[in-house]
Design a protein around this ligand. Structure first.
Ligand code: NAG
Ligand code: NAG
Ligand code: NAG
Length: 943
């Protein structure tokens, strides 16, 4: 028993030396300061240890131990001893035991003291090592920063591109002078009838509207359609180009289509009063730069006629839905859709889901030919009877063939009616031989929603390029997602044809192809079918669906013709949460977490991304995409995610500045890589946007972590709480401005407002409780620079089909090998998408985000995937980002998930389909897990 106690001794010795070994090993570092320190410790510590130990051994209790040991040995046969002797021996032994215990306790205490000292030194060494690393990184970074600053300075000097001054305006503030009337208006084109001198490139295209209440050009005998007049006046009032100053105006709009036809007037009388038209105050004798707007309306009797026919409209442009071939002046007059929708607002409810691709009927048509007046009396007198007969015969053949097709041997279903059931209301006389619409708006809608394709027959009277009825049919087909098939498509023109590529949304066929129709329609695969349906819906929503869109499009087409850029998209002001007199407190000594153990890039002064550099060329190089893919010709954006990329030569053969090629173009591994941005785009920085609500300390910590982040331009904190920040809150100094924006109301949509304070293209949206390392942010930024049109970020999620319970979409955050969303709690995206989120996305989506206080990140993923038809990009391997110590955020509980399921399904209703796309791709840095020569450095140490 005592021996056991004693055996404890050597054990203690070996533990002690073990510590010292550990210490030896840790001190194997090449740093000079430590080299000095290490020998000192190395000698001192063993010296002390030795001293203590020898001291211990020479102390008296140790002698006791030795004595005890020898006595113990001599004590083998204690039966021979006397009892009293034995007792005193036992007492002595007890005494020895106590003294030994005390001694051991002392030793143990000394040992611990010693160990503490050793670990104290170890810690100090670690600290010094860290500090040295930091100092070195900082020094490296400063060196790079200096080099970059020199490059930037040289660029500034070499640039030598003086800011362009706006060119002189040819005509400034003068009313159109009066000239003698011109009678050659039949041959009008932009070059001979339009006065370009009123419309300078830099003018912003001011548009003047004659107030229809003051300057009516309608024949007094006609009734005025107040609804249309009010709607158009109102929608034009929202158009940013509208000016009240006629002297600066480029074009003058005259509202004509505001008259109701009444029984009293024959079809030959026009509601347009030419004398009134010619005496408009700015008519200038020949109506230069005037646009006569004749929009047809819901009941299709208003303005549906060709009211300008054979009238002296001078050099003005005509805008309406019905045109004769000989009357229409190419790229001068404008064919527009009838105004059948509401003045403005969301229209997605009108559209059915895009899937399934194939519907009940392959093709449908319901219409009745009203040809009597045209062919009985030839009132227009432009074609002789033989032509009319031919046209009729072709139509008779078509009708016959289509009838046969529907009854033939096929599994495809058709719904083709050439008589209306019930009969359509008889009009006294029809102006144009055309197919009338059967039934009511809703009955037609329900048939079209069941049709994969909608047949549209060109007017029987081939003299017409477009008729209101045909345009109305097109409108209804697109709204219902039935792909228009225009038989006689070679003889007609659709609305805004000079900018809208209708071939992407409709099938055009000559009438003679009627026999090939069925074959052709069957040959279109589902993917193209859906692409056409989606394109048709995009065009309908933007240009046809609401009156605002139709009117804005008229203005945009004329503006586009003139090569004048649109007006800049409106930004959201970013008022500070602090008033002018209040100066927020600064934290004195923010000790940033030792984030970067590697140099990630230079610290540069703020550098806003260049903006509005393609005012006059975006529409030239990307006009087709602007009109047809992004369907947004109404706004000029400071930059686009799809801005053109220069060839690599440009960096060196001097057509551009601002590039930061790696190793000055020679390339290189980690060291050179960390010094320059490289890539295909010039240098740039990013802005961090952080939404916060009453979690001040979490916010302050998050801000402090951003200290020393390269390429950071600015931090925007969106202060969602109505309560201002506490006055004694100390804001960290992080090397870039922190702008705290006072939000108008508490909404998660504020995360995506296009704040004017965001001066870079790249926006990094992060939650205040998301903890990203600097190298991860840097890597994300670099990856985003190569995928500027996508959401690039960290936490991946996906949409999963729930076939067991709901047959609907579910939101899923489980581990998975596919993802379709990257949460904007930690993601980069282009500032362009903040405009689209705020102004382009249907209001219903932002309302749903406000209703649930949730799902704004899902909405952003929907938006970007819808526009690009690409999935987001996930970077690095991290999956969760919540910091362990942070308070539970509002995203943790089950209702949160339930809401997100509902959001996903609701959003796909609004879009009409599920825009999210799956991806199995994740970006890691090049050279990650690659063996490289030992003198080379990887791109990033850890990722
Ligand atoms: C500015 O704000 C501070 C703190 O919120 C407040 O004490 C002060 O009265 C304000 N000053 C003005 C001029 O509103
Ligand atoms: C481009 O348009 C913007 C916004 O209207 C304007 O601020 C900028 O000066 C224009 N740039 C050029 C070169 O005209
Ligand atoms: C996630 O995975 C767990 C365990 O595999 C499973 O019980 C759960 O239902 C999954 N959640 C969803 C939303 O799929």
């Amino acid at each position: 028993m005592i021996g056991g106690l004693y055996d404890g001794g050597p054990t203690y010795h070996s533990v002690g030396s073990g510590r010292i070994e550990t210490f030896h090993w840790r001190s194997h570092i090449k740093l000079s300061r430590i080299i000095i320190l290490v020998p000192v410790i190395l000698f001192i510590v063993p010296l002390f240890t030795h001293y203590y130990l020898s001291k211990v051994e020479s102390d008296s209790p140790n002698i006791d131990i030795h004595r005890t040991r020898s006595k113990l040995e001599a004590f083998e046969d204690f039966t021979s001893m006397k009892a009293s002797d034995l007792k005193s021996r036992i007492e002595e032994m007890m005494r020895i035991k106590i003294s030994v215990s005390n001694e051991l306790r002392d030793l143990e205490a000394k040992r611990q003291r010693l160990q503490m000292e050793v670990s104290g030194f170890t810690q100090r060494i670690d600290e010094l090592k860290q500090e040295l690393l930091h100092q070195q990184t900082d020094l490296d970074r400063l060196k790079i920063s200096v080099v970059q600053a020199q490059v930037a300075q040289r660029e500034a000097v070499e640039r030598n591109t003086p800011e362009l001054a706006p060119p002189k305006r040819m005509l400034v503030n003068s009313l159109p002078p009066k000239v003698p009337p011109s009678h050659h208006f039949h041959s009008c084109r932009m070059h001979n009838c339009f006065d370009h001198s009123r419309c300078a490139l830099t003018s912003g295209f001011p548009v003047f509207l004659y107030d229809p209440d003051l300057y009516s050009v309608v024949n007094p005998a006609w009734d005025v359609d107040g609804f249309l007049k009010t709607t158009i006046k109102q929608t034009l009032g929202y158009n940013p180009h509208l000016t009240s100053n006629p002297a600066e105006a480029c074009v003058y709009i005259v509202l004509v289509g505001e008259a109701l036809s009444t029984e009293a007037h024959g079809t030959k009388s026009s509601p347009l009063d030419v004398d009134k038209l010619h005496s408009l105050p700015y008519w200038g004798g020949d109506g230069r730069n005037h646009i006569l707007l004749n929009l047809a309306r819901r009941d299709l009797s208003v303005g549906s006629g060709n009211i300008f026919d054979e009238l002296d409209t001078g050099r003005s442009m005509l805008v309406q839905s019905t045109f004769r071939r000989s009357q229409f002046r190419d790229n001068f007059d404008l064919i527009v859709p009838p105004i059948l929708g509401p003045p403005g607002g969301d229209v997605w409810q009108d559209c059915p889901l895009m899937l399934p691709a194939r519907r009940k009927y392959l093709l449908s048509f319901q219409g009745e030919m009203k040809s009597a007046s045209r062919f009985a009396t030839t009132p227009l007198g432009h074609s002789d009877d033989a032509d009319a007969d031919n046209e009729l015969n072709l139509d008779v053949f078509i009708i016959q063939h289509l009838r046969e097709m529907t009854t033939g041997m096929t599994l495809d279903k058709f719904l083709i009616q050439f008589e209306c059931i019930p009969a359509s209301d008889e009009r006294k006389s029809v102006e144009i031989a055309d197919w009338s619409l059967c039934g009511t708006d809703s009955s037609r809608k329900s048939i079209l929603k069941d049709s994969t394709f909608a047949l549209i027959l060109a007017p029987s009277d081939a003299d017409f390029l477009s008729t209101t009825l045909m345009q109305a049919r097109l409108y209804e087909a697109l709204r219902a997602g039935a792909i228009p098939v225009i038989l006689g498509g070679d003889q007609v023109l659709l609305s805004y044809g000079e900018v809208v590529a209708w071939r992407r949304a409709a099938v055009f066929l000559p009438k003679a192809r009627v026999t090939e129709l069925h074959f052709l329609l069957r040959a279109i695969p589902d993917s193209d079918l859906l692409a056409m349906r989606r394109q048709g819906r995009t065009l309908w929503e933007r240009y046809l669906g609401v009156a605002q869109g139709a009117v804005d499009t008229v203005v945009a087409v004329v503006r586009d013709r003139l090569g004048i850029p649109p007006l800049p998209a409106p930004q959201t002001p970013s008022p500070s949460v602090f008033n002018e007199s209040f100066i927020p407190l600064r934290a004195d000594n923010i000790v940033a977490e030792p984030e970067a153990e590697e140099s990630l890039g230079p610290l540069e002064p703020p550098y806003p991304s260049p903006s509005f550099r393609r005012n006059y060329s975006t529409f030239l190089t990307q006009g087709h995409m602007i009109w047809n893919d992004w369907a947004d010709p109404f706004n000029l954006y400071p930059q686009l995610p799809y801005d053109t990329v220069l060839p690599s030569d440009a960096k060196f053969i001097g057509s551009e500045v601002g590039f930061r090629p790696i190793g000055k173009g020679a390339g290189g591994a980690g060291k050179e890589f960390s010094e320059s941005l490289g890539g295909n785009h010039p240098r740039e920085q990013f802005t961090i946007v952080m939404l916060t609500y009453e979690r001040e300390q979490v916010l302050i910590n998050a801000l402090a972590r951003l200290y020393g982040l390269p390429y950071l331009n600015k931090v925007l904190v969106v202060w969602n709480s109505p309560k201002p920040p506490m006055e004694d809150l100390r804001w960290p100094e992080i090397g870039v401005p922190i702008h705290v924006i006072k939000a108008l109301r508490n909404s998660l949509n504020n995360r995506f407002l296009p704040f004017d304070a965001i001066e870079t293209e790249a926006v990094l949206s992060i939650d205040d409780d998301a903890h990203l390392r600097h190298d991860e942010i840097m890597f994300g930024f670099r990856v985003w620079r190569e995928h500027r049109d996508r959401v690039v970020g960290f936490p991946g999620r996906f949409h999963a089909w729930d076939q067991n319970y709901h047959n609907a979409w579910n939101y899923n955050s489980n581990y998975s090998c596919e993802l379709s969303m990257v949460l904007t709690g930690a993601a980069f995206f282009h500032k362009h998408y903040t405009y689209l989120y705020t102004h382009w996305l249907p209001q219903a989506i932002r309302d749903k985000v406000d209703e649930y206080m949730n799902c704004e990140d899902i909405a952003m993923n929907f938006l970007v995937s819808h526009i690009t038809r690409k999935p987001p990009v996930k970077v690095t391997s991290r999956w969760t980002f919540r910091c362990p110590g942070c308070p539970v955020s509002l995203s943790e509980d089950d209702t949160h998930f339930q809401e997100r399921h509902k959001c996903i399904n609701f959003f796909s209703q609004v879009f009409g389909y599920m825009p999210l796309l799956n991806t199995q791709y994740r970006a890691d840095s090049i050279l990650f897990k690659t063996r490289i020569p030992h003198d080379k450095q990887k791109c990033f140490k850890f990722i």
